[in-house]
Design a protein around this ligand. Structure first.
Ligand SMILES: [Mn+2]
Length: 483
C-alpha cells in the first residue's frame, strides 16, 4: 500500500527533516491551526511531537486565517507551521511571512506560484484526494512519525481527525486510502481495534435511549433530540433498558438484541418516510481506541472527534489540543464539561434550524437563515447535521448562514450525487465570496465563506447562479472550470 503513495510519503519525510532541524536548533516555532476536530488533532500531534523533542513552540487555534495577520506577533517567530490551513492562502502567506513556513494541509491548493520560503505537504499535489483519502491530522502524523518513532503513539489521533472531517464516506463508513494506512499502523501498535457495529453516539457510556437521542450523524428524524421517543423505541424492540439499578448501554446488548434494535429503528425510519440510505449509515466500521478508558468519549474515535470539535468551537481549543497531546485527569474533566455544554447549545441551534420558516428554497440552493440566533462557530455543525437529515431536497446544496457583528459566516454542504454531477462547493464559495468582497473555499462536498453582512442577498444570488450554471453544464455533459 505504501508504494502507491511513494511520492507523497517522500514529501512527508522531507518536511520531517525540516521540522526536526527546527526542533533540534530550538528555533522558536509558531504552530497555527484551524479550530475543528481535524485541526485540533493535527495541533495535538504536532505539539506532542515537539514536546517529545523538548522543542520550543507556541500553538494557536484560529477560526480564520486573517486572525493570524491581525497583529504583528507572528513576526517574532523563527518559523511558522500551518496545519489544516494554508494551502488556500499561499499568496498571502508568501507576502506576509519572511521566515520559513511549513504548510501541512489537505485543502485544495490555489493554482498559484509557490512562495520560495513555503514548503507545502498536500495530498492534492500527488493526485491524492484530500477530502476522502487523508485529512490534515493524517498528513501531520505521516510527517511527525518521521521526526521521531515515538510519535507513532499519535496514530489513533490521526484517525480521530479524519473522522472529524467526515472522511468515512466509503461503504460501511470505512476509512480508505492513506487514512487506512494510518488505521493499520494504529492497529499494529495495539492502540486501535476496528469492528463493524452500530454507530451511535455514546454507545459505550450512555443509556441506550440517550445514545439514540444524541445521535446527530446521521440525524434520525423523530429520535434525535427526543429521549422519550427513543425510550419508546427501545421498549418496542423488547429490550430491557435497565439492569437492576443502572441503565444498560448499547455495548451491553447481545448481538440478538442489537439486531432487534436495528430492526425497530429501520421500521420507525421507514414509517416517517426517511430514506433507506439512512440505515446504512447507522452500522459500519467503528474505530475503538483501545488505550483509552472504557466508558469515556475518547474510547470511540468519532466521539473523540466530537469532543475536540466542542472544545474548538467554544473558544476552548487549548483543552482539545492538550487532550490530543495526551493530557487526561482534570483537563479531561474540563473537556467533558465543555462537551456537555456544547451539545446542549447545538441542540438549541438545531431546534431553531428545524423551523420551516428559517429555511428558504431558491432555484438551485436551500438557504438556512441562522441570523444571530445561531452562533457562527456552530454553523458548520448545524449544516452537517441538517444535511444528514432527510428534511432537505437532495438535489440542492444547503447554504447555512449565521451572523456576528457585520460579518456573515457561511457553511455549505452538497450531496455526493451533486458532486458526481460536477459540483465543487469549495470553488463556488470561493468565487461567490470574492465577488462580494469576502473569502471562501473548502472541499467539494463541504465548504465555507465569510463576507460583509450587507452583501447577503447579493452573495446568495451569486451562489444560486453559480450552482445552477455548473449543474446545467455538467448535465449537458461538459466539464468546465469556473471563472
Ligand atoms: Mn481538515
Amino acid at each position: 500500500m505504501e508504494a502507491a503513495y511513494g511520492g507523497f510519503l517522500r514529501r512527508c519525510a522531507e518536511a520531517a527533516e525540516r521540522l526536526s532541524s527546527l526542533f533540534r536548533e530550538k528555533a522558536n516555532v509558531l504552530v497555527v491551526g484551524h479550530n475543528d476536530a481535524d485541526a485540533l488533532s493535527s495541533l495535538g500531534i504536532l505539539c506532542g511531537t515537539a514536546h517529545l523533542l523538548d522543542a520550543t513552540y507556541v500553538a494557536v487555534s484560529v477560526p480564520r486565517m486573517e486572525e493570524v495577520f491581525a497583529d504583528e506577533s507572528y513576526r517574532e517567530f523563527d518559523a511558522v507551521v500551518f496545519v489544516d490551513m494554508g494551502s488556500g492562502y499561499l499568496n498571502l502567506i508568501g507576502e506576509r511571512i519572511s521566515a520559513p513556513v511549513l504548510v501541512l494541509d489537505h485543502h485544495k491548493p490555489l493554482p498559484v506560484e509557490r512562495p520560495p520560503n513555503v514548503f507545502q505537504v498536500n495530498p492534492h499535489d500527488f493526485g491524492i484526494d484530500g477530502s476522502t483519502m487523508v485529512s490534515a491530522s493524517g498528513v501531520t502524523y505521516l510527517v511527525c512519525r518521521n521526526v521521531t518513532e515515538e510519535a507513532r503513539v499519535y496514530s489513533p489521533v490521526a484517525v480521530v481527525g479524519a473522522l472529524g472531517d467526515l472522511q468515512d464516506k466509503d461503504h460501511g463508513r470505512r476509512l480508505v486510502g492513506l487514512n487506512e494506512l494510518v488505521v493499520r499502523e494504529a492497529e499494529e501498535l495495539g492502540l486501535m481495534r476496528v469492528e463493524e457495529d452500530l454507530i451511535l453516539y455514546g454507545k459505550g457510556f450512555r443509556p441506550i435511549h440517550e445514545a439514540l437521542a444524541s445521535t446527530n450523524s446521521p440525524f434520525l428524524p423523530g429520535i434525535t433530540g427526543n429521549e422519550a421517543a427513543a425510550l419508546k423505541l427501545v421498549l418496542s424492540a423488547g429490550i430491557e433498558p435497565r439492569n437492576g439499578d443502572s441503565w444498560r448501554t448499547i455495548s451491553d446488548l447481545s448481538p440478538e438484541e442489537k439486531a432487534r434494535l436495528v430492526e425497530a429503528l429501520a421500521s420507525h425510519l421507514s414509517s416517517v418516510g426517511a430514506p433507506q440510505s439512512l440505515m446504512s449509515e447507522l452500522t459500519g466500521y467503528v474505530y475503538e481506541l483501545t488505550g483509552e478508558e472504557p466508558g469515556t468519549p475518547l474510547r470511540d474515535a468519532r466521539e473523540y472527534a466530537t469532543l475536540l470539535n466542542a472544545c474548538g468551537k467554544t473558544g476552548n481549543a487549548w483543552i482539545g489540543i492538550s487532550i490530543a497531546m495526551g493530557s487526561r485527569g482534570w483537563v479531561m474533566r474540563e473537556a467533558e464539561r465543555v462537551l456537555a455544554e456544547y451539545r446542549s447549545s447545538v441542540a438549541r441551534a438545531m431546534e431553531f434550524a428545524m423551523r420551516r420558516e428559517v429555511r428558504e428554497e431558491m432555484r438551485n440552493i436551500v438557504v438556512l437563515k441562522g441570523g444571530t440566533e445561531i452562533d457562527p462557530r456552530q454553523i458548520s455543525s448545524v449544516a452537517s447535521i441538517l444535511s444528514s437529515s432527510n428534511l432537505l431536497p437532495p438535489d440542492k446544496p444547503l447554504v447555512a448562514l449565521a451572523q456576528e457583528g457585520g460579518i456573515v459566516k457561511v457553511s455549505a454542504r452538497a450531496s455526493s450525487a451533486l458532486v458526481e454531477q460536477g459540483l465543487d462547493l469549495g470553488e463556488v464559495m470561493r468565487v461567490a465570496a470574492e465577488r462580494v468582497g469576502g473569502r471562501g473555499g473548502g472541499h467539494k462536498m463541504a465548504a465555507g465563506a465569510e463576507f460583509p453582512a450587507d452583501r447577503t442577498t447579493l452573495f446568495l444570488i451569486e451562489v444560486d447562479g453559480l450552482v445552477g450554471e455548473v449543474l446545467a453544464r455538467a448535465r449537458a455533459g461538459k466539464q468546465l472550470r469556473l471563472v
